[in-house]
Design a protein around this ligand. Structure first.
Ligand code: UD1
Ligand code: UDP
Length: 361
């Protein structure tokens, strides 16, 4: 089996690390790794290849940043060339980024069957670029690897054929188990933090960064919390650029620790030891649960609905600073016992299941 994998953004490196390892160990399987270059800073890309032992990509397309149309279009053209050259049996994509969409479209047009990992997630908000990407990717895919029962339900509702849907669990859970034991002794001390005495925050969604008033509200809310408890926030380059644009960097509380993006192993350490995690990231919401840390999701909706239903995740639309502060403080004070059903995200064998299913197809 010859398979081309297309990745390009931070969370995709983490997801692909899991599946690529299984593909490499499968006799008769050749994986050709294509990095679109959507993320390119050392701490948004290279660090994950090193830490998670991902092989050097066969093709690095060097696309970089740009508007949705320009970025996706450049990727589409470059991926098409790769597919014509390699003639793979299958194409593998992850999640919902512009790299996912470009990979899906390039392959579908050339009749290369597509396998989509993290299929079926929906926010039902078509204003999110990710929602467009995942709907299109799902509907041109042959194999839809769903992480949750809710994702399977969404695909059935959209009329996807039953024999194309596979509930395999979440590859990010595999990653948390496999790499989560490689702990770092000095992550907290380097940042002057004490276990279970700080809030970990991440913000990067377009809806929270692109409009000045929303961004101002989010950072005013996080600053207010930081005046009560340390808040550490590894800053996504999109968010740093937005804070610069709105001249907000100097207005944040000095207790709000804005640090550069971290590698996965440092990030996992910060997640495990946080009192509460406040985030708009999809991956970080689940990792909070994997490490049994309560989470506040600073968005209007979430795709990971099961965590809200179980009470691990509190959905707080970040309309203004007071709402954010109140939401995070309520989560800090909430001592309710929460259920953590086994296998909510599978058994940590999603990567193996995906590999076996692709090999048998
Ligand atoms: C992308 C995904 C989003 C995902 C996120 C993961 C899309 C539409 N969005 O959002 O779903 O959650 O990745 O992190 O695909 N930049 C740098 N250096 C980098 C990368 C980006 O400076 O290495 C800056 C550039 O100014 C760029 C901006 O960040 O314009 C946004 O990057 P982009 O990849 O377009 O979108 P993300 O916000 O990262
Ligand atoms: N992550 C990381 N360093 C950081 C921030 C996030 O390693 O500074 C990891 C995080 O642990 C998770 C993934 O990146 O595994 C989530 O990516 P991101 O939030 O960028 O995207 P999303 O999941 O929202 O698409």
């Amino acid at each position: 089996m010859k398979i081309v994998t297309v990745i390009g953004a931070r969370p995709q490196f983490i997801k692909a690390a899991v599946v690529s390892r299984w593909l490499r160990e499968t006799p008769g399987c050749e994986e050709i790794l294509v990095h679109t270059g959507q993320h390119y800073d050392e701490n948004m890309s290279d660090v994950f290849f090193q830490e998670l032992e991902i092989p050097k990509p066969t093709y690095h397309l060097g696309i970089g940043s740009g508007g949705h149309g320009a970025q996706t279009g450049r990727m589409l053209e470059a991926i098409e060339k790769v597919l014509l050259e390699c003639k793979p049996d299958k194409l593998l994509i992850y999640g919902d980024t512009n790299s996912t969409l470009a990979g899906a479209l390039a392959a579908a047009k050339l009749h290369v069957p597509v396998a989509h990992v993290e299929a079926g997630l929906r926010s039902f908000n078509r204003k999110m670029p990710e929602e467009i990407n995942r709907v299109v990717a799902d509907h041109v895919s042959m194999w839809l690897f769903a992480p949750t029962a809710a994702a399977v339900h969404n695909l059935r509702n959209e009329g996807v054929a039953e024999n194309q849907i596979f509930l395999v669990g979440d590859v990010m859970y595999d990653a948390a188990i496999y790499f989560g034991t490689r702990t770092r002794a000095d992550t907290l001390s380097k940042l002057g933090l004490q276990s279970k005495n700080y809030v970990l925050a991440t913000i990067h969604r377009a809806e929270n960064t692109d409009a000045g008033p929303r961004l101002r509200g989010v950072f005013a809310g996080l600053s207010a919390i930081a005046d009560e408890l340390p808040v550490v926030l590894p800053l996504h380059p999109r968010t740093r650029a937005a804070l610069n644009r709105e001249k907000l960097l100097d207005k944040c509380s000095p207790n709000l620790r804005l640090v550069d993006p971290l590698g996965y192993l440092d990030m996992v350490m910060l997640e495990k030891h946080a009192s509460v995690i406040a985030t708009d990231s999809g991956g970080v919401q689940k990792e909070a649960f994997f490490h049994r840390v309560p989470c506040v999701t600073l968005r209007d909706e979430t795709e990971w609905v099961e965590l809200v239903e179980l009470g691990w995740n509190r959905l707080v639309p970040p309309t203004d600073a007071d709402t954010i502060e109140a939401g995070v403080l309520a989560s800090l004070r909430d001592t309710k016992t929460r259920l953590a059903p086994a296998e909510l995200y599978g058994g940590g064998q999603a990567g193996e299941a995906i590999t076996r299913l692709l090999q048998a197809a």
